[in-house]
Design a protein around this ligand. Structure first.
Ligand code: NAG
Length: 215
């Protein structure tokens, strides 16, 4: 009996861990286009058109201090993306453009370089902090595992263009320096000075920087 109970608990925990590791749920219908009126969960299928699944993904606006910009095909811009577990992004980088270290807590990130040359890398979790990086040229693919801190920087003398696919309809983005130093209300500067092994004035200076608030 005791061993049966242990088996049951083990199976129950295994089942629970499978649920907690699951990605976006599988759809229960052909599609669930976002209802623009917000009155229903899904738009009435009789009113759905091909345009609900269509989008023209133009270049991102790189006129910012990062020299990087992205356009998104997601449920927010393409109502038909709703419930399909995907987001598709075009990222543009000026020469020396980059994205700060960041994570996507709910999606792996598949990068495909369309033009130019970039370095992309990710870092494994505590306590190893192993970094894996590659220099990618047009046609190259690199995948960043879900949740890990990663970065991209443009190495080309020209613009680089990267197409990015996420396996969640809401990957989430946590920009590390930005979220730590732009937090409102601010995080205690003496605490941050200890954590970052910097003097408190440097931290206070960092907290006044115009941190970019990505979408
Ligand atoms: C790009 O961003 C800059 C800075 O926010 C803005 O002034 C400019 O109008 C934007 N350009 C386009 C084409 O949206």
């Amino acid at each position: 009996m005791a061993s049966n109970a242990i088996l049951f608990i083990t199976l129950a925990l295994f089942n629970f861990s499978c649920i907690s590791l699951a990605f976006d749920p599988r759809p229960l219908q052909d599609f669930c286009v976002v209802d623009p009126t917000g009155t229903a969960t899904c738009k009435d299928p009789k009113t759905v058109t091909a345009n609900d699944f269509f989008f023209n993904l133009g270049p991102g606006n790189t006129s910012n201090s990062y020299g990087a910009g992205a356009t998104f095909a997601s449920p927010a811009t393409v109502p038909g993306f709703n419930t399909l577990g995907q987001v598709f992004v075009r990222a543009d980088f000026r020469p020396n453009g980059y994205t700060p270290p960041h994570t996507h807590p709910r999606a792996s990130e598949l990068n495909y370089v369309l033009e130019g040359m970039i370095e992309v890398g990710f870092i494994t979790s505590y306590p190893d902090y192993t970094s894996y990086s590659k220099i990618l040229k047009a046609g190259d693919v690199f995948i960043v595992p879900v949740g890990l801190i990663h970065y991209v920087r443009n190495l080309a003398k020209t613009n680089s263009v990267v197409l990015v696919a996420f396996n969640s309809q809401n990957p989430g983005s946590i920009f590390i320096p930005d979220s730590v130093f732009a937090a409102k209300p601010p995080i205690n500067s003496r605490y941050l000075a200890g954590a970052f092994k910097l003097d408190e004035n440097t931290i206070k200076d960092l907290q006044t920087k115009p941190w970019y608030r990505f979408v």
